[in-house]
Design a protein around this ligand. Structure first.
Ligand SMILES: Cc1cc2nc3c(=O)[nH]c(=O)nc-3n(C[C@H](O)[C@H](O)[C@H](O)COP(=O)(O)O)c2cc1C
Length: 171
C-alpha cells in the first residue's frame, strides 16, 4: 500500500525488509569495519539509505517492542545513512492496538541516528483484515486516505529538510 502510494506520486520507493537482507547479528557498526571485508548487504543498504530523501519505518510489535530484526538492521548504520532527513512511522499488529507501543519506541530511536520524525503516524490494528498481501484494502477502508495524508506531510518535510548532515553523531 505504502510503496504503491509513493509510486503514484512519481517517486521511487525502495522496500527494505530485514527478513530479505538478513544482516548478521550486530557485531560492528558500519564505520568500525577496517581490514575485514564488509558484508555486501551492509554496503548495499548504506548506499540506498544515503541516496534517500525520506524514510518510512514500518514496524510490527513484538512483546510491546519493535521487532529485533528491525532494531538489528538499523543499528548497523548511523547519521551518515539517515541524518538530516524526515522519517514517518507506521506500525501494525494483530491486536486492536495497532502496535502503538512499538511506534512510540521508534519515535525515541529515530533521532539517535539523526533523522527527524514527522508528527503524522499510522498505527494499523488487526492488520490481517486491514490490508491484503498485495497491498489492497477492503472497500471503505480509511487507510488509503490516511496514507495519502501521511505522505503529503512526509514529502513536505523532505522538501524542507537540510538533507544529509555532516556531524559525527548524536550522543
Ligand atoms: C514474538 C511476538 C510477539 C508479539 N507481541 C505482540 C504485542 O506485544 N502486541 C501485539 O499487538 N501483537 C503482538 N504480536 C502479534 C503480531 O502483531 C502479529 O503476529 C503481526 O502480524 C506480526 O507481524 P510480522 O508477521 O510482520 O512480524 C506478537 C507476535 C510475535 C511473533
Amino acid at each position: 500500500m505504502m510503496t504503491k502510494a509513493i509510486d503514484a506520486r512519481g517517486k521511487e520507493a525502495k522496500l527494505i525488509d530485514p527478513a530479505l537482507f538478513r544482516l548478521p547479528l550486530l557485531d560492528k557498526r558500519i564505520f568500525e569495519f577496517e581490514d575485514e571485508e564488509m558484508p555486501a548487504a551492509i554496503s548495499e543498504l548504506s548506499e540506498i539509505f544515503k541516496r534517500a530523501n525520506a524514510f518510512v519505518f514500518v514496524t510490527a510489535e513484538y512483546n510491546h517492542c519493535i521487532p529485533p530484526a528491525l532494531k538489528n538492521l538499523v543499528d548497523h548504520f548511523g547519521t551518515d545513512e539517515f541524518g538530516g532527513r524526515p522519517a514517518g512511522i507506521v506500525s501494525y499488529s494483530a491486536s486492536r492496538f495497532g502496535g502503538v507501543r512499538a511506534a512510540e519506541q521508534m519515535r525515541l530511536l529515530v533521532p539517535s541516528f539523526g533523522a527527524i520524525t514527522i508528527p503524522n503516524a499510522m498505527s494499523i490494528p488487526e492488520v490481517g483484515d486491514a490490508i491484503g498481501e498485495d497491498g489492497t484494502t477492503p472497500h471503505g477502508s480509511p487507510w488509503p486516505d490516511l496514507t495519502d495524508a501521511f505522505l503529503t506531510e512526509l514529502f513536505a518535510w523532505a522538501r524542507a529538510a537540510p538533507g544529509k548532515t555532516n556531524h559525527d553523531g548524536i550522543d
